[in-house]
Design a protein around this ligand. Structure first.
Ligand code: ATP
Ligand code: MG
Length: 340
């Protein structure tokens, strides 16, 4: 059963995954087998909105981001930009896409080259995307630094990455992404490697970019509490399936899928982003084993992949793929519980 649109005619759809499946073939001893990384995924990023993609390790979040960035080809399904299919195999599509869709990665320590100053790091994408005069490039670099709140910009332009804190480095990584003047930012866990005390600052900066520049944003995270605080919509991913999606408020206040309920129970403290200790960052008060046993991604998906961990599982759940149910306000859940 295919999912209905994520939200009823909200903002303009910019970047979409439509029925996207990804099989990753294995080598060596597992030759001939494949990881079922994504299974018929639908996702829509809209202008001026942040969509949080939440799910545990291995659920397929980065694989989906890679496909949305045209870094890889789907096994089945389409990536669409402004309603039109784009393909990584086409040079013209790739070139146009790289200017419009930029990624911000998890680790600001490995993503910036320590041998180069900020000026050089930010000048490269500016040159690649058509700015040529040195004066224009210098002016634009200063503007970018101000835009990510590294002020006064002249204090930062000649720094090396190793002279900056983790939060400042992530701001440079964001400025580098903005240099291409994209309309979409794909953030793959953009704050998870930063000190808890500065995560909120970076999330606020991203929210500012959404508000001021109307960027569409994908915010990948393990942390549904930060998604609740930060995102307009949430899609919850489990074993390569979107199991629930909808407005952030709705999904976190009235979760429908048992997996979403477990994630929320494991992450009960919405103030977590504002506190400063690592200890509080890992407060989990559900039975750890509820969330511990991973699904088998090598087997062809049959039934619901969450069935073996689900407190509400019925015999049908492990036998037949669940239908997708629509609730009020565009909330969707892929679950047998709501079959009537
Ligand atoms: N190159 C690869 N070869 C084999 N398996 C892969 C490869 N890349 C990803 N996978 C598998 O595909 C599945 C999805 O991986 P992915 O990195 O998308 O998960 P994720 O949700 O981003 O996880 P995390 O939260 O740990 O970053 C995992 O089972 C992973 O092991
Ligand atoms: Mg990942």
């Amino acid at each position: 059963m295919t999912a209905a649109p994520l939200v009823a005619e909200a903002a303009e759809a910019i970047l979409q995954a439509v029925g996207v499946t990804k099989r990753i073939p294995l080598h060596g001893r597992d030759r001939g087998r494949a990881v079922h990384a994504l299974n018929g995924v639908d996702l829509t990023l809209r202008r001026g909105q942040i969509l949080a993609l939440v799910g545990e390790s291995g659920s397929g979040k980065s694989t989906l981001a890679r496909l949305l960035a045209l870094g890889d080809t789907p096994t089945d399904g389409e990536i669409r930009f402004a309603g039109k299919q784009v393909r990584p195999g086409r040079r013209a599509d790739r070139r146009a896409h790289f200017g419009r869709v930029q990624m911000v990665l998890q680790d600001p320590f490995s993503s910036l080259n320590n041998l180069h100053r900020v000026r050089y790091i930010l000048s490269r994408p500016l040159r690649n995307f058509g700015r040529t005069s040195p004066a224009e490039i210098e002016g634009r670099i200063l503007e970018l630094l101000e835009r990510v709140n590294l002020t006064p910009a002249t204090d930062f332009i000649d720094k090396f990455p190793h002279e900056l804190s983790g939060g400042q480095r992530q701001r440079i990584a964001i400025a580098r992404a903005l240099a291409a003047e994209p309309v979409v930012l794909l953030g793959d866990e953009p704050v998870s490697m930063l000190d808890v005390s500065i995560r909120l600052d970076i999330l606020n900066l991203l929210a500012e970019l959404r508000d001021r520049d109307g960027l569409a944003m994908l915010y990948i995270t393990h942390d549904i509490a930060s998604a609740r605080y930060f995102a307009d919509e949430i899609s919850v991913m489990y074993a390569g399936h979107i199991v629930e999606s909808g407005p952030a408020e709705q999904v976190t206040q009235e979760p429908k899928h048992p997996y979403t309920k477990l994630l929320l129970a494991a992450s009960p403290n919405p103030d977590r982003l504002t506190v400063g200790t690592e200890a509080e960052d890992v407060d989990v008060d559900v039975d750890e084993k509820d969330l511990a046993e991973p699904p088998n991604l090598l087997a062809e998906p049959v039934g619901c992949p969450f069935a073996h961990r689900c407190p509400d599982a019925a015999p049908v759940c492990s036998a037949t793929a669940p239908p997708t149910h629509s609730f009020a306000a565009g909330q969707l859940a892929r679950c047998w519980l709501y079959d009537s």
